[in-house]
Design a protein around this ligand. Structure first.
Ligand code: GLA
Length: 714
């Protein structure tokens, strides 16, 4: 997968080539794209030298730095003790080996067998300042490329890192558009496609989390690229904190694409002899459109980023009491809801916010992780036992990273929250962020969460985080917080390997690869309106696998939007993720409950296909009146198409949908008018959805391969 010849490195796998060489000690980028067999592409590079520019400014640089005459954004920016910032990194050595190293203290993709990936480490050295930069590349069999950088200060003086990005790629090319995922609370990861312009186009977060607003993902796509075809170059950061991703078009025309920790608000002192490991970026090239890119991400993240028992175990159907009761519950109410959940076929009952301290609203008790005996008089152990006896698992909500000023924890440790002395402590949702850059705060969280998890039969945790950071005291706090958080999560998740952890941050405010390393599923959005979920889940699937997405059926009128939608559509959208029910079941009619029962039964029969099959986006809700996506099992024997008509159009025209990903020679028994249809027909001719005059109508078509047809054909 990695070759080295004539000072040229060729990383290739899964139809992708990434080629760069060392010229006069400096790594120069040659090519990233569809695989080529020849590595020596030097003669095909521009010789540089435009008017009013230096050579460096027109080169494709593998590790751009400040001060060399390259005026684009660097990957590294250092301020040495003498105030200087010019660096001169030169190739010193390299090493190629099977497998992939762990990244100290950070989440990262991994291998289980060494042959699954090959790694290249290149050591570059600045002799004057005795500073070492190690570029890390691991190429996986499916073509995904993990990149990061480690900086080491070998001098006897400290240096200050002002910028250390994880990946930077230069292209002699400007035929690109950008594709990013933007949003807000309850409207996460909407797809946005736009033009490059001369200058730097960037997305970032400085909120102390990857955020609802921008996801740490950037793709450059060709103007002609669609879901099914065309070239895509993508970067995704395995990190849950502040990030920046940028595409910079200079005049020549060269495009530079970068991703890493957000340099804004960041600085890090690296003492003599110290090292800094930057987070990992996953680079994916596809010439099979956006779906091609997504499938590479999905497979890698599902299998070699997620860990633990639930990486490949089917996820339970849950009932959550949040939208059913909010804070207003008693033990009897919870038991009644669990019972009704059990009756419709749910497997897990989740007790959400409000079970601890004296919390009856969102204004107190975060930090006091002791059960509220007024609301749950027999305690958690007893409640969990009662739920377990019903044949359900019991799960619990936490928000461990936060503290309310009205809490025993805050009264005991008012200095434990993120704050700047002498400045206001801005509250959001009446709460402050605990300062996880401090080891004693992390230890408190580990102990508090562990004590609750050991006290009762809890087999699921929803780990929430409900505000952004403000008044951050130092430029290294936000990253130190992430390192602290990752230590906390590593400790708690490995201490309780039987527990299924679901990440959450006001819904999908921290939906990123960093979280997936610890928690294999994430609550996708606080917006449970199925119509809005079309956009959110479609966008989320660009990078993240369906097995990562929590998705619930909730009541109508919907609590976030007031919209009334059919239960069938709500079910079909929620079944396109990890299914749950989050509504007061006692208010549902017997017919509705029967329908839910049928949904759960269908889901249970098909969830392996949904959670672990290939996912294809077919129709984008951002573009037309339809959204459609399809699940196909790895062996192409089974598939489900879900299609959704957004609004009824008077005298509407029936919609033709073409399937994808099937075996062209296989016959499928379909629930489309119970017809038996061959794969090539389903994919090229498609089927016509006969709509009725109903807004937000959904269609589900199951396809099952007919085993004996090819034999009968002879
Ligand atoms: C956040 C979560 C919700 C719910 C509430 C409880 O907003 O995203 O699902 O758990 O907190 O306060």
């Amino acid at each position: 997968m990695i070759e080295f010849q004539n000072q040229i490195f060729h990383l290739h796998a899964g139809g992708m080539s990434y080629i760069f060489g060392i010229e006069e000690g400096v790594p120069q980028m040659y090519y990233w794209g569809k695989t080529v067999e020849v590595s020596d592409l030097k003669g095909l590079m521009s010789q540089g030298g435009m008017g009013w520019s230096t050579q460096a400014d027109t080169q494709l640089l593998e590790m751009p730095v400040y001060g060399t005459g390259d005026y684009r954004s660097p990957m590294l920016e250092i301020e040495f003790a003498d105030g200087s910032g010019v660096t001169e990194f030169r190739y010193q050595s390299h090493r190629i080996y099977d497998g992939k190293p762990k990244l100290n203290g950070l989440p990262a993709t991994y291998t289980e067998q060494e042959k699954e990936a090959q790694t290249l480490e290149i050591v570059l050295y600045d002799a004057l300042k005795k500073t070492e930069a190690v570029l890390l590349y691991s190429v996986f069999e499916n073509g995904a490329l993990a990149r990061s950088i480690r900086l080491k200060n070998n001098s006897s003086e400290p240096l200050k890192m002002k910028r250390i990005l994880s990946a930077s790629v230069d292209f002699y090319d400007d035929d690109f558009e950008t594709l990013t995922l933007h949003g807000s609370w309850a409207r996460e990861r909407h797809v946005e496609r736009g033009k490059l312009f001369h200058g730097k186009k960037s997305i970032s977060s400085s909120r102390g989390a990857s955020s609802h607003h921008k996801n740490p993902f950037l793709a450059l796509v060709r103007p002609y690229t669609t879901e099914q075809q065309g070239e895509v170059y993508a970067m995704n950061l395995i990190y849950s904190g502040n990030f920046e991703a940028a595409a910079e078009l200079s005049s020549y025309p060269l495009t530079r694409m970068q991703i890493g920790i957000n340099p804004f608000g960041f600085a890090w002192e690296l003492g003599a002899g110290q090292e800094f490991q930057a987070p990992e970026a996953i680079l994916v090239y596809s010439d099979m459109g956006l779906n091609g890119m997504s499938r590479i991400y999905h497979d890698l993240y599902r299998n070699r980023l997620c860990r633990g028992k639930y990486r490949s175990a089917v996820r339970p159907v849950l009932v959550n009491n949040w939208e059913a009761t909010y804070f207003d519950f008693t033990e009897e109410k919870l038991i009644a809801l669990a019972k009704e959940g059990k009756e419709i076929g749910a497997e897990l009952f989740v007790l959400d916010d409000g079970w601890f301290g004296k919390r009856n609203q969102d204004n107190c008790s975060l930090g006091d992780w002791k059960v509220n005996m007024e609301k749950i008089p027999h305690g958690l152990e007893d409640l969990a036992a009662k739920v377990t006896e019903m044949g359900l698992r019991f799960g619990l909500w936490f928000e461990p990273e936060m503290v309310n000023p009205d809490s025993d924890l805050y009264r005991a440790h008012p200095d434990w929250c993120i704050h700047t002395e002498g400045r206001p402590r801005t509250e959001s949702r009446n709460q402050l962020v605990l300062d996880l850059s401090r080891p004693e705060v992390c230890d408190y969280i580990i102990d508090a969460v562990s004590a609750v998890l050991s006290s009762a039969k809890i087999t699921y945790v929803k780990w929430d985080m409900n505000r952004s950071m403000t008044e951050i005291p130092r430029s290294d706090t936000a990253h130190k917080y992430m390192l602290g958080l990752y230590r906390v999560m590593e400790t708690v998740t490995s201490r309780f390997p039987e527990v299924l952890f679901e990440g959450c941050s006001g819904g999908g405010g921290r939906f990123d690869g960093g979280m997936l390393y610890y928690m294999p599923q994430i609550w996708t959005s606080d917006d449970t309106d199925a119509y809005e979920r079309l956009f959110i889940q479609y966008g989320t699937s660009m990078v993240y696998p369906v097995s990562a997405m929590g998705s619930h059926v909730s009541a109508v009128p919907n609590h976030q939007t007031g919209r009334i939608t059919p239960l069938k559509s709500r079910g079909d959208v929620a079944m396109s993720g990890n299914l749950g029910y989050e509504l007061d079941l006692s208010k549902c009619s017997p017919e509705e409950k029967e329908q839910m029962k049928a949904q759960i039964a269908f889901y249970k029969a098909n969830r392996e296909l949904v959670q672990f099959g290939d996912f294809y986006r077919i129709e984008s809700p951002f573009e037309g009146n339809y959204a459609a996506w399809q699940f196909v099992s790895k062996d192409k024997q089974e598939s489900i198409l879900y299609a959704f008509k957004k609004m009824t159009v008077p005298n509407g025209k029936p919609k033709r949908v073409k399937m994808t990903g099937l075996d062209k020679d296989t016959y499928y028994e379909t629930t489309y008018q119970n017809q038996r249809i061959k794969g090539d027909v389903l994919m090229n001719v498609g089927i016509i959805l006969e709509e009725t005059a109903q807004d937000f109508e959904s269609f589900a078509i199951k396809m099952t391969a007919v085993p004996d047809v090819s034999a009968g054909k002879e």
